[in-house]
Design a protein around this ligand. Structure first.
Ligand SMILES: [Zn+2]
Length: 331
């Protein structure tokens, strides 16, 4: 089963989805690009049907691609260490109930819930999500303020390990959302979860935006040697974000690291091979071939293959995620 293990669902709350979207400051400039990359317009974004058309568009892309299922990510609020939610520091919110419901309705979707472990109701929410079929737990430690090495989260992590729920954590710099604690971009934030026995996926493998941010690929690589249940994803590496250094691509597509990579697009982050071509990582004809693909899921998959990611990166997630039920019938 071929899975895209990193796809965002965004909503403005139309149709009582419980989502909201409030881009602020610089992130507001990105909004038109994000909606355009999923085939919608800024008029859709402010329209009365946005949440429904977003999901329908996404479903159509999955059904017309070589990908069979996508991991759909809920998005938690940042919280203080004492569990106080900080909605004013967030630019969007996607409730767990929404992704669980979408996955129940459409077999193309696997639900990744998002729970800040300091929440007062964190344990109850985790149990509810496990019962609802959660396939992973997604978080952005640096954006949401989660230090997984904090001993107070031990019981939460033990329950995740026991239930076989993997932790998908953003690692490396973040430039599209306000950051709470920059030091939590380091993949070593996953040390304690791994020691407790939680399978972890370091999104972006700790890569930073080139030139300006620290890069944690070395830290990720040495953790991969130490922990057999640590994986990374190649999400947002075929984008316009300068994450992909040529040396990084060589490392991620060969040796031990290559055996731990999961395919992920990071939709609706715009997918393009332009920078990869500019850095000499992609021949011109592959850039052109990808650019002619209208379906962003397929364009991303095409680019990842052309960049040297193996077929197993597309299927590996079925042994990593908490997957239930058969894949959807072939289109
Ligand atoms: Zn993402």
């Amino acid at each position: 089963m071929r899975i895209d293990a990193h796809v965002h669902v965004v909503g403005t709350g139309t149709g009582d989805t419980g989502c909201w979207y409030r881009p602020r400051g610089l992130t507001r400039l990105g909004a038109p690009w994000l909606v355009r990359s999923i085939g919608l317009t800024t008029r859709d974004l402010t329209g009365p049907e946005f949440d429904r058309v977003y999901v329908e568009q996404l479903l159509a892309y999955v059904r017309n691609s070589s990908i069979q299922r996508v991991l759909l990510l809920a998005h938690e609020l940042p919280h203080r260490e004492d569990g106080t939610p900080l909605p004013d520091r967030a630019s969007f919110y996607v409730p767990n109930d929404y992704v669980l419901r979408l996955a129940q309705r459409h077999r193309e979707f696997l639900p990744a819930v998002s729970i800040h472990p300091a929440r007062r109701d964190a344990h109850d929410e985790l149990e509810k999500c496990l019962a609802g079929g959660a396939a992973a737990l997604k978080c952005l430690p640096n954006v949401q303020g989660i230090d997984w090495n904090d001993r107070r989260h031990t019981r939460f992590l033990e329950r995740m390990a026991e239930a076989g729920l993997p932790l998908l954590a953003h690692t490396g710099s973040e430039r599209t959302m306000p950051v709470m604690e920059a030091r939590l971009a380091d993949p070593r934030v996953l040390t304690r979860p791994l020691e407790i026995g939680v399978t972890c996926i370091a999104a972006h493998c700790g890569t930073g935006t080139m030139f300006v941010d620290p890069d944690y690929l070395d830290a990720f690589a040495s953790m991969v040697e130490r922990f057999p249940r640590l994986f990374g994803d190649n999400s947002a590496l075929a984008a316009l974000n300068f994450r992909l250094r040529p040396s990084a691509l060589r490392r991620l597509t060969s040796g031990l690291l290559a055996e731990r990579i999961l395919h992920g697009s990071d939709l609706p982050v715009p997918v393009s091979g332009f920078l990869a071509w500019l850095s000499g990582l992609l021949p011109w004809h592959e850039h052109k071939a990808a650019a002619s693909l209208e379906n962003p899921l397929e364009r991303d998959a095409h680019l990842k293959r052309a960049l040297g990611f193996s077929p197993s990166t597309f299927t590996r997630a079925s042994n990593v995620l908490r997957v239930s039920g058969p894949p959807p019938p072939a289109a």
